[in-house]
Write a protein that binds this ligand. Structure first.
Ligand code: ARG
Length: 502
């Protein structure tokens, strides 16, 4: 069932027919119990067997293999190989017939993989060697010529960049959908008043639209970070070969154009060994999750009976198996929880990189699972939010009632006194005393008579009424970036333009 569900709703771009595989369930496809120790020398790995006198240890074969998780790079790997073969032919290193056989063979392999008929072999270690071995089995010697002038080191670095480039585009699309939903919500609720908090204590009234626009801004910076990351990663390692470049007269401009990179990398040692682009993406992902997590925390609080500010659609919630009355905000809770693993993925990659001497080291094979997991998790969480946000039901009256508690307009009263020439520090003291009276007698400032308020300062007159009202309070914060409904509507308009919607 899980297979079918993930198959019909792919959330990662690279491997649409394959369910998402976390590091915990990456299953090798071939029989893991093959007894490799009984292999003859001829049965040692075809890719490097020449130097070896015994087959790989059975457990080591499993331990060393990455095909269980890197096979999701198959599309990028094949695209890279087709570009490489095309370039080799143009450079006169490969015959046109060989090139043609390679391209046709790789395309047929891609079809097999997408049909699910490709037999992945753990003994062939990774996606690159699985595809190359199958190619050779299909087309003979031409297949063995494909690896001329390249190494798996520049191959895998190229594949990951291609994969991540697509993943970023897909994530940006979902992020944009969420942002558009937030803008509509903010516009709809531009006049809705709620208590604004600091320290989770009532601070000043704000409009709900303004609060929603804060979420929008966080996500907008996240989108910017993803675009920055994409620009920096779009540099092609292919042609760096193992670490030093190649002796063949390759033309990296051709492969670069064919694969849509902005330019070939400038240093072969750097290109095959650094994964800073993946780390940068994971950092951007961790920030997205951190933002979604804060957003989630608010929704969880607001959906509680104590706040009761919002109602989340039933289809995004779950019930309890024991308590019949329960409706739990699982989606925000899960998103908040998944932030932990995405943050962990960032730390995993930073730690993976920090001790590595130049150039490529096998450590780098460990880059993929944290990276893929971040891609999948961020995409899934953004999708859940993009789907849910337009349907959040706002309980405006509950929000308003809450804003009437906690003396949210106390600062307005102090500002009022300042406008009547009372120095701010004195005004602060005067209002503090009025609040104390309110607390002692169980009343809000707006529930005290003018005569009573005048006792605290003769500067308080009948016109204070507007100042103490919630609508007056928010409307008065009518500066750029402020909470007044006018400003919220303007902010929505500017934001729409910024993200290309208006
Ligand atoms: N599976 C390897 C990885 O993910 C591919 C590169 C292997 N290169 C090597 N020199 N062993 O990094």
């Amino acid at each position: 069932i899980l297979e079918a569900a993930t198959r019909s709703a792919p959330i990662h771009p690279g491997f649409p027919n394959e369910p998402c595989r976390s590091r915990y369930n990456a299953a090798p496809q071939s029989n893991p119990c093959r007894d490799l120790q009984s292999m003859s020398k001829e049965q040692t790995n075809q890719s490097w067997g020449g130097r070896f006198s015994e087959a790989m240890d059975g457990f080591v074969e499993q331990f060393n293999a990455s095909v269980g998780f890197d096979r999701r790079l198959y599309r990028q790997d094949i695209a890279g190989s087709i570009a490489h073969a095309t370039m080799l032919a143009e450079a006169g290193v490969l015959s046109p017939e060989d090139r043609q056989a390679i391209v046709a063979g790789l395309e047929a392999i891609r079809d097999d993989i997408e049909r699910g008929t490709f037999d992945w072999q753990t003994s062939l270690e990774d996606v690159h060697m699985n595809i190359e071995a199958r190619l050779t089995a299909r087309i003979g010697d031409a297949g063995k010529r494909l690896h001329t002038g390249r190494s798996r080191n520049d191959q895998v670095a190229t594949d990951i960049r291609l994969y991540l480039r697509e993943a970023i585009d897909a994530i940006l699309e979902t992020l944009g959908r969420l942002q558009a939903g937030l803008l509509s919500l903010a516009e709809r609720e531009a006049e809705t008043i709620m208590p604004g908090f600091t320290h989770l204590q009532v601070a000043q009234p704000v409009t709900f639209g303004h609060h929603v626009m804060a979420w929008f801004e966080m996500l907008d910076r996240d989108a910017g970070r993803l675009r920055d990351c994409r620009a920096r990663l779009n540099v092609m390692p292919l042609g760096s070969a193992a670490l030093a470049g190649t002796t063949f007269p390759i033309d990296r401009g051709i492969t670069c154009r064919l694969l849509g990179f902005d330019r070939p990398s400038d240093n072969s040692l750097d290109a095959v060994s650094d994964r800073d682009f993946a780390i940068e993406f994971c950092a951007a992902g961790a920030l997205i999750m951190t933002h979604l997590s804060r957003f989630s925390e608010e929704l969880v609080l607001w959906a509680s009976a104590q706040f009761d500010f919002v109602n989340l659609p039933d289809r995004f919630c779950t019930g309890s198996s024991i308590m019949p009355q329960k409706k739990n905000p699982d989606i925000p809770e899960l998103v908040r929880g998944k932030t932990g693993r995405v943050n962990g993925n960032l730390v995993a990659l930073l730690t993976l990189m920090k001790g590595q001497p130049l150039a490529y080291n096998k450590d780098n094979q460990e880059d993929k699972e944290p990276l893929f997991d971040t891609i999948d998790t961020v995409q899934a969480c953004l999708r859940a939010y993009a789907d849910m946000v337009p349907h959040i039901e706002v309980k405006a009256e509950k929000m308003r009632q809450a804003a009437l508690q906690g003396y949210a307009t106390a600062t307005d009263l102090a500002d009022y006194l300042v406008r009547k020439q009372v120095p701010f520090r004195d005004a602060h003291e005067i209002v503090g005393k009025a609040v104390k009276r309110g607390l002692d007698t169980g009343r809000d400032l707006s529930e005290m008579s003018i005569a009573e308020l005048t006792e605290f300062s003769p500067a308080i007159e009948a016109d204070v009424i507007d100042v103490l009202s919630l609508a007056g309070s928010v409307a008065a914060r009518d500066q750029l970036g402020g909470t007044a409904p006018n400003q919220v509507k303007e902010a929505v308009r500017r934001a729409r333009k910024r993200i290309g919607l208006g």
